[in-house]
Each structure stands twice: as C-alpha cells, then as structure tokens.
Design a protein around this ligand. Structure first.
Ligand SMILES: [Zn+2]
Length: 396
C-alpha cells in the first residue's frame, strides 16, 4: 500500500533562516580575494592552509591577489587532516604574533575548521573545549573568508568548527553564528587539483549531506530547498568528475552542490549515517566520506520505516530523475538506495565494513558510541544503541 503525507505536514517545521555568508562563485573567482578582503576592512590577514594546497600552487594564487590589493599576509600552512586542539594552538601562535585583521581558510574542511578554531581563541580567549556546544563565544570574531578546494564538507557555509581533542580524540563541534565565514569564494578551478581518492570520498560525503538533511527532524522549507538543489547538482555530476577529473563544468556543479548541502546542514543538521560514521573513523581510521557512504544505504532503509521519511526520500530521488514519485514512493526509495550503491561502487568504496578491518566483536562498542553522537538526535526515526547495532551488523 502506498503511504502518503500531506505537504503541510512536511513543511510545518519552524525555522529562523539567517544567511551569514556571501557566496562568490565562478572560475578564477579566487583572483578576487584581495579585493574581497579589502572590502572587509582588513589590511593584514592570516592565511590558513595545508602543505598539499601550498604545493598545488593555490596558496601562491591567493598571496598574489592579496599583494595586488595591498593586503599583507601571514601564512600558517601546517594544517593536518582532522585537526586537533594542538593544530589550532600552533595556528593561534602564528596569528597572535602578527596583528591580523581577518582570516582566510584555504583548503578542505580541515583548513576551514582550523581557521575557525583559531578565530575562536584569538578573539575570545580560553581553549577550544570552552566553545564545544552552541553559541559559547561572547565577543565578536574576525571576518573569515573560506575558500574550499574540495567539493565535500560544505564547511564554508556553516558556523561549526570541528576540532578533535589532542589527548582523547573526542571530536568537538563548536557552533557559533559568529564563526561562520563572512565570504565563501567558490572557484571550481581550485578543485581540479584534488587527488582521485579525495574527489571520491568528499563527493560521497556531500551526497550524504544532501540525503541526510532532506529527512532530519529539524528540516524545514528552507533547508529542504538546499538539500534538493544540492542533490540535483551532486548525484548526476559525481560520475562525471570521477571519470573525467578535468571536467570543469561538473567540478563547478559539485562545488556548488557541496556548498548547498553545507547550507542545508547549517539549517537542519544531519542524521544516523553521520552518527555511525564517527566511531568508524575514530577506531579504524576510515575516511569520513567512506564511512558515511558505507552506512548510508542501511540508514535510508532503516529510516524508510517512517512514513514521512519514505515520502521525503522519494521526493529527493525525483529531483535528478532517479525515480518518479508517481510510480510509488516505496519504489522510489529502492531506486534511491540503488543509485547510492552505484555511486559508492564508482567511488571504489568497499561494499562492507569487514573489508575495512571492522570486527564483529567491536560492533557493540561502535553502536554504544554511535548512539551518543549529537547528530543521532536529529535522525527522523528514533535510533537507539540496539538500532545502531542492527545497522552495523547489516553493513558488516
Ligand atoms: Zn559529512
């Protein structure tokens, strides 16, 4: 029997949508960074990036544009993947010594997270642990310009900094509207340098963001618009960038899709696939996008037991014509799961957790940790430790 939910039921969630980030999109848009920083009133900036981005020449592009507009720059190019409190402290030491007036985060999510983490400490003092949670900063922060070089996290459109405790490896989400980038520069040309593995894993992560945000408890008409547009951009263009890394048009659509999905997260949070992925990354070092991707089909199947979610997944699948709602919403959910599996295969993501060294005896521990993740609260169907155990068993 087909399930139906009236549109009003779906769209009745209250929301407070406040765009905080100006978005500048276009090939070679990065050349405008000097002019943009000057508009923000800064004459001296801190450029936060990682050694790979510096080697790819992107750091140089930014520095040239800044110099052309008379902006002085201090560089911190030692960002590490999944940045820790120590990485932020090192960045802070560079920032403190230099009297900067703005910060640029150039790179993947790690560079942007480090830049945001540094901004918290530089302007508000204390340590990262003090900002774990929502709205803990009391003083204004420096203007941040985010320039992503991957199409993945969507951190450029979010007010959260994700920093891990150096000692415990606990990931701390520090959310504050003041931490959001003032400007995001989306230049598809910068994403051409992504290694194939990065393109694959960050692309799957962005797709998972679009899918998870489309069904969360917190979703609303605004966040849904971004989830749907993101999915329409990401799903058909993922195969294009995997098969032809130099396809600039497809790169642009992925970059925009990732930013839209990031905007959706900012307004609707995430769900159980992200809750399940965090312990997999913490214990087995599985790359975030890969871990999320491996759990996503199982989470969709689990959530589809919930009427509203079935309808939402079906509507999401209709955007890029993976399925047509008029053919039946259960059929559309099956088609969505099949499409996700096809994309995972294309990304060369293993089909099951056991291929990544996950052991059956660890599943109860992983389930206990997954159930404690903040994102689990926003999953459309209540998800308990026992449910997570079932999800991990299905994915093993
Ligand atoms: Zn993610």
């Amino acid at each position: 029997m087909q399930q139906t939910v009236t549109p009003m039921e779906q769209l009745s969630a209250p929301f407070d949508f406040h765009p905080r980030t100006r978005i500048v999109f276009g090939v070679n848009a990065v050349a405008r960074v000097g002019e943009i920083v000057r508009e923000l009133g800064a004459k001296k900036v801190l450029l936060v990036t990682d050694p790979g981005i510096a080697a790819a020449g992107h750091e140089q592009h930014v520095l040239q544009s800044l110099a052309a507009d008379g902006v002085q720059a201090v560089t911190f190019d030692k960002v590490r993947e999944n940045p820790t409190t120590r990485c932020v402290d090192d960045c802070l030491a560079t920032a403190r010594a230099s009297g900067i007036e703005a910060i640029i985060g150039l790179g993947g999510g790690s560079s942007m997270d480090t830049a945001k983490g540094c901004n918290f400490l530089l302007t508000n003092g204390g340590r990262i642990q003090d900002y774990w949670g929502v709205g803990k900063a009391t003083k204004p922060m420096l203007p941040l310009v985010a320039i992503p070089t991957t199409a993945g996290t969507g951190s450029e459109c979010q007010s959260a900094a994700l920093i891990a405790d150096e000692a415990t490896h606990q990931k701390m989400a520090c959310l504050d509207p003041k931490a959001a980038a003032r400007v995001a520069i989306l230049d598809p040309a910068l994403t051409l340098s992504q290694p194939p593995r990065v393109t694959a894993c960050t692309g799957i992560d962005a797709i998972a963001h679009a899918v998870e945000t489309a069904v969360t408890k917190k979703r609303n008409p605004f966040s849904l618009m971004f989830s749907h547009e993101a999915f329409k951009l990401l799903a058909p263009n993922f195969s294009r960038v995997v098969e032809n890394p130099n396809d600039l048009e497809a790169r642009g659509k992925m970059l925009l899709g990732a930013a839209f999905a990031g905007t959706a997260i900012e307004n609707s949070m995430l769900g159980a696939a992200h809750s399940a992925a965090n312990p997999l990354t913490a214990h087995y070092d599985i790359i975030h996008g890969q871990a999320v991707g491996m759990m996503l089909p199982h989470v969709i199947r689990f959530n589809a037991e919930n009427k509203k979610s079935t309808q939402s997944y079906a509507e999401l699948a209709s955007g890029p014509e993976i399925a047509c709602v008029s053919d039946g919403i259960e059929h559309a959910v099956d088609a969505l799961i099949q499409e996700i599996r096809t994309l995972l295969e294309l990304a060369r993501i293993p089909a099951c957790l056991s291929e990544c060294g996950v052991q059956e005896k660890d599943l109860p521990m992983l389930a206990a940790e997954a159930a404690k993740q903040w994102t689990a609260n926003f999953n459309p169907r209540p998800v308990t430790e026992k449910d997570f155990l079932g999800l991990f068993e299905a994915a093993l």
